[in-house]
Design a protein around this ligand. Sequence first.
Ligand SMILES: NC(=O)c1ccc[n+]([C@@H]2O[C@H](COP(=O)([O-])OP(=O)(O)OC[C@H]3O[C@@H](n4cnc5c(N)ncnc54)[C@H](O)[C@@H]3O)[C@@H](O)[C@H]2O)c1
Ligand SMILES: O=C(O)C[C@H](O)C(=O)O
Length: 337
Amino acid sequence: MALPAKSLASAAANGLRLVSVRNSSSQPKVALLGASGGIGQPLGLLLKQDPLVAHLALYDVVNTPGVAADLSHIDSKAKVTAHTGAAELHAAVKDADVIVIPAGVPRKPGMTRDDLFNTNAGIVRDLVETIAKAAPKALIAIITNPVNSTVPIAAEVLKKNGVYDKRRLFGVTTLDVVRSQAFVAELKGHDATKTVVPVVGGHAGITIIPLLSQTKPSTKFSDEEIAKLTPRIQDAGTEVVNAKAGAGSATLSMALAGARFANALVRGIKGDKNVQCAYVESDAVKGVQYFSTPVELGPNGVEKILGVTSYEQKLIDASVAELNKNIEKGVAFVKGK
Ligand SMILES: NC(=O)c1ccc[n+]([C@@H]2O[C@H](COP(=O)([O-])OP(=O)(O)OC[C@H]3O[C@@H](n4cnc5c(N)ncnc54)[C@H](O)[C@@H]3O)[C@@H](O)[C@H]2O)c1
Ligand SMILES: O=C(O)C[C@H](O)C(=O)O
């Protein structure tokens, strides 16, 4: 909630330290952490072009001034600021409405997303530690892998700081949706821009569950088509990692997906409720604490979790044990077990 200028002035006059006032929804600030990276740079470009973004704060441990100078020459609305290194993180996230995090290392061929845990868990923990203090009301969208674990890590850090609100923390699974829609449209000759495929579960291997039965426009798939499409969607990240042959993982399609999700969060903040799939704390599926389903986004983040009723129940059941392993690993990392 933003305070009117008058209250801010009188609070300051009375010597009050204003710690975390969010911008008004009319001037949204988006902070991008990991802004100089393979995802960060094109995602920064797309966010700079988003007419809803008033302030784009770019944070990274390296190269932020150059990326910011470059983006700031684009004739779109968003003001761009650069913040480099831990000492400038607080300023980057302060008053942010939305914080998008692609900071961390990507996979190389032969690695699983879980192999990134040792490096990326600490990066996410430390970033969220500062967010908890400087921007406790921000909506946080985590791209950094392994998403199945980095989201519980972020939640535990926010809980430790007494500011956790399950409606405001998201694992970004939009790329799984984007891919499913692209692959289905290609197979069926649909218009990709009008094809909708929800994807539920998590963001790794068998936890990625495309609900092909709920494709819109309503589409029939043979058993053979489902048997080919499902693993292709589940392994699409690996397809890119292998094609890039050591030069990283998906960056361009992820930038598009990240920008789409950030835009959806900002629209929600502005009162334009909309539905997106995201990995959130959820009671949609029994026996697992975090699960991606379609959720309704609004001014406070998740307004409503839309459940999953689906023909893909076997896939959902099979994902639960794997997800629980990933979640427990993230929670134990913060709790020091
Ligand atoms: N959720 C998804 O669907 C999805 C899709 C693609 C990639 N990813 C993940 O996104 C992450 C980033 O991928 P990438 O290709 O952009 O990697 P990259 O190596 O190209 O970029 C990462 C950036 O993070 C920065 N960074 C490292 N430590 C940091 C810290 N402590 N604070 C701020 N910035 C820091 C680096 O300097 C670099 O600029 C990886 O973990 C990757 O697995 C997730
Ligand atoms: O596959 C990866 O490692 C990156 C990302 O999670 C993806 O799905 O492309």
